[in-house]
Ligand binder design. Structure first.
Ligand code: ADP
Ligand code: 5GP
Length: 219
């Protein structure tokens, strides 16, 4: 078989960035899955939210969140600096708009760890670019034990999060994909499969146009 010299090679293909939203009730494992995805996949960055919640001992300013006060949050909201925002478990959370736009322009994907209320707003603003995944715990008992095992929150905060979990799970139909996080390895492979398939969608692969034109021109 002789090498085809006329068909252009497919270089690292130009692709439009996508936004992957991982949402779940607190404790179902979305931070763990997000961390694994960021470690193993290229070209994806985490959208670092702002929050008025207090910092947990394991959290780093600017890495997990930007920790801000309510006055600063309201200022950002009023200036239109947030792509979306919501009140969750009695604190405010929001997604800074500018880093998301910059990543998309650079052809990079963005991972969002936000709740269903934020998901609705982002999907409405960027309908073509967003992929939504809801992570479910295998049982409510396991959800409670994960929140305790994480040992990051007070009993009062854990009780509040468990009470809110049912309200959040009730919103599951808003999401395109649902992953049950029973076995972590399997759940991770499922999330990764979703990302990889979504990246391959024709409409995101703008670099394919020239390649296919070349294929058709070749003798
Ligand atoms: P979330 O970000 O959804 O609040 P985390 O990722 O912080 O949840 O996970 C909550 C706790 O459960 C953590 O201690 C994490 O290590 C643990 N965890 C996550 N996924 C699993 C799993 N599949 N099996 C057992 N423990 C898990
Ligand atoms: P936590 O306090 O456990 O970090 O997060 C609590 C909840 O707030 C989670 O469901 C998380 O996904 C959500 N959350 C975190 N950042 C944002 C954000 O920027 N916007 C919205 N709408 N929710 C967020």
């Amino acid at each position: 078989m002789s090498a085809d010299t006329q068909t252009p090679a497919l270089p690292r293909e130009a692709r439009r960035g996508l936004g992957l939203i991982l949402a779940s009730p607190s404790g179902a494992g979305k931070s763990t899955l997000s961390r694994q995805l960021l470690q193993t996949e290229n070209d994806i960055t985490l959208s670092v939210s702002v929050t008025t919640r207090g910092r947990r001992s394991s959290e780093i300013e600017g890495v997990h969140y930007h920790f801000i006060d309510t006055r600063r949050f309201e200022q950002m909201r009023e200036r239109g600096e947030l792509l979306e925002w919501a009140e969750v478990h009695g604190n405010f959370y929001g997604t800074p708009r500018e880093p998301v736009e910059a990543a998309f322009e650079a052809g990079r994907d963005v991972l969002f760890d936000i709740d269903w209320q934020g998901t609705v707003q982002v999907v409405e603003k960027l309908p073509e670019d967003i992929v939504t995944v809801f992570i479910l715990p295998p049982s409510m008992t396991e959800l409670a034990s994960r929140l305790h095992r994480r040992a990051e929150d007070t009993e009062e905060v854990i009780a509040k999060r468990l009470a809110n979990a049912r309200t959040e799970i009730a919103e599951w139909r808003r999401f395109e994909y649902v992953v049950v996080n029973d076995d972590l390895g399997r759940a991770f492979e499922e999330v990764r499969a979703i990302l990889r398939a979504e990246r391959l969608k024709r409409e995101r692969r703008v670099g394919l146009v020239g390649f296919v034109e070349g294929l058709l021109k070749a003798e």
